[in-house]
Structures are given as C-alpha cells and as structure tokens.
Ligand binder design. Structure first.
Ligand code: CAA
Length: 280
C-alpha cells in the first residue's frame, strides 16, 4: 500500500492523515465541507510543530510531511487510493451514503476501512459491493499519541484484508489488536459503561466530578479521570455510543444516565462546546 485516502477532516481524520503522511504514505484528505478542510491544514501543522518542539520529529521533516497530504472537497481524489479510511460524522446513514459513493468511485481492489467507534462493521459493509474488503480500523484520540488501532473484522471480512490492514497499522507506528464485530467492539463496550457509571455517581450525589476524576487518576493511574475523558471525547459522542450498546445488546445495563441526556440537550458537549463537566 502506498496511497491512503482519508475521508473526513475532523479531529480523527486529521490525526490519521498526519500519522499516515509522517510514516511516508501519500495521503488524499477529503471533506465535503470547505471550511473543515481549510482548518485541517492548520490543525495538522500545529500538531506537527508540537511534535517537532518535543524532538519527536525533525523540524526539517515537517514541510515534507505536509506536502505528502493533498486535500479536496471532491471524493474523486480517493479514486486511485489503495485503501480508504473513513472518519466522517458518527451516524450510520451518513456513513452508509459515504461508502456507497466511494464504492462507485474507487478501484475494485481498494480496501475500505471505517474508523467508526461503535457502528456495526458488517452493517456498514453491506452498503458496498466489497464486504470481503471492508474492515474497521478504530484509531484513538489524539491519534499522533495513542498507540492502539482496534482492527474489527466484519462477518464477511477476508483474512487477506485483515492481514493488509494489520500490516498497515504497524507501518503507521501503531499496535493493531484484532477483535470481532459486536456493539462497541472491546474499547467502547468497556469504556462507556465506566464513563456512564461515573456520570451516575455525579447524578446521585456520590461525589463531585473533580473527586471522581482524582479517584481514577490517583487510585488507578488513569491519565485522565472518566469525566475529563468524557468531556475530551464529547458528551454527544458518549451518548451516541451508549445508545448503540443499549440497542445492539437489548440490555438495560447500558442505559445512558439521565444527566448525560440532559447535558447533551443543553448543548454542554464537553471541550468542543466550552462546557461539559468542566469549563474550558
Ligand atoms: N498532537 C501531537 N502531540 C500531542 C497531541 C496532539 N494532538 N496531544 C498531546 N500530544 C503530546 C504532547 O506533546 C505531549 O508529549 P510529551 O509527553 O512528549 O511531552 C504528550 O502528548 C502529553 O500531552 P500534554 O503534556 O499536553 O498533556 P497530558 O500529559 O495531559 O496528555 C493526553 C494528554 C495524551 C491526551 C493524556 O491525557 C491521555 O492519554 N489521555 C487519555 C486519552 C484517551 O483515553 N484517549 C482515547 C479516547 S477514546 C477514543 O478516542 C475512541 C472512541 O471511540 C471514543
């Protein structure tokens, strides 16, 4: 694989594009919103400068990395990519439509990988005519820092696709871990009930957010407590994933805390909106 198309230039898409370009791949970054695409250049540049300042990257390499990324609002840019990694808005109908469009544009041999955090890979693959070459490649935020890629096999994903994506993740400097396609995979099936329970603890007055987070930082050596992490991920994203878990398993243990629903309805979405459990 030499050429990687990344669809969606938000936080995750930019991070994936940056890491792919840093590890030598030619990257095509596509977003249908021109404003988002414009911001992506600055976002990637700031992250690269930060890594250069820390000495993780040579300052002289920054320019060459950025030049390996070409950007467009036209899906046609992904036409010749060996693999397409999709990181668009976490909504099943938006993702299905995106994959249908790409299926008509990209070469038959191209692998399709979705960065969904919980939507069924098997279900998304059914929007295309290539379910054997369709797979989940779940990166973690901040992508330049977090080592994991959760590789999720759909029901019809071939061994060859899984092997190619595992090799790619390794070349991108990440550690791939293979899991099967059930709601939330492993990461969010385990993480979201923890975050939800922490929110229940606030809701029931067990402790303040600061106290709950300190318990996890000092007692369990988590880099961020669960409520700081929820703000970092986005409370709307957490709610969305919990709903996928609740619906997918039909089990009330995943029911989102009413406080989480209320905060999302009030527009308190965490860091990105300036307020969540904390003010930013
Ligand atoms: N680009 C480049 N470098 C970055 C960066 C970025 N966007 N963000 C952080 N860094 C680097 C910093 O330069 C710094 O480098 P050094 O260690 O060499 O100094 C390092 O990361 C730590 O950053 P900071 O000093 O600014 O802050 P910190 O020590 O508080 O760490 C953190 C920040 C890395 C985010 C850390 O708090 C952490 O690991 N938090 C947990 C993050 C996590 O759990 N992410 C997964 C979320 S779940 C998800 O993404 C998937 C999902 O489906 C919901």
């Amino acid at each position: 694989m030499q050429s990687i198309a990344v669809i969606g230039a938000g936080t995750m898409g930019c991070g994936i594009a940056q890491v792919a370009a840093t590890t030598g791949f030619s990257v095509k970054l596509v977003d249908v919103a021109p404003g988002v695409l414009e911001k992506s250049g600055q976002r990637i540049s700031e992250s690269l400068q930060r890594l250069a300042k820390k000495g993780v990257l040579e300052t002289s390499a920054v320019d060459a990395i950025q030049k390996r990324i070409s950007a467009s609002t036209d899906f046609g840019l992904a036409r010749d990519a060996d693999i397409v990694i999709e990181a668009v808005f976490e909504d099943e109908s938006v993702k299905r439509q995106t994959w249908q469009n790409l299926d008509a544009i990209c070469g038959d041999k191209a692998i399709f990988a979705t960065n969904t955090s919980s939507i069924s890979i098997t279900q998304l693959a059914s929007a295309t005519k290539r379910p054997e070459r369709f797979i989940g490649m779940h990166f973690f935020n901040p992508v330049p820092v977090m080592k994991l890629v959760e590789v999720i096999r759909g029901n019809r994903t071939s061994d060859a696709t899984c092997a190619s994506v595992t090799e790619l993740a390794t070349k991108m400097g990440k550690t791939p871990i293979e899991v099967n396609d059930y709601p939330g995979f492993v990461s969010n099936r385990v993480l979201m009930p923890l975050i939800n329970e922490a929110i229940f603890a606030v809701y029931e007055g067990v402790a303040k957010p600061e106290a709950i987070d300190e318990v996890f930082k000092l007692g369990m050596a988590h880099p961020m407590g669960p409520l700081t992490l929820a703000d970092f991920i986005g409370l709307d994203v957490c709610l969305n994933i919990l709903e996928v878990l609740q619906k997918g398993f039909g089990d009330p243990k995943y029911r989102p805390c009413p406080l989480l629903r209320q905060m999302v309805a009030a527009g308190k979405l965490g860091r990105k909106s300036g307020q969540g459990f904390y003010k930013y």
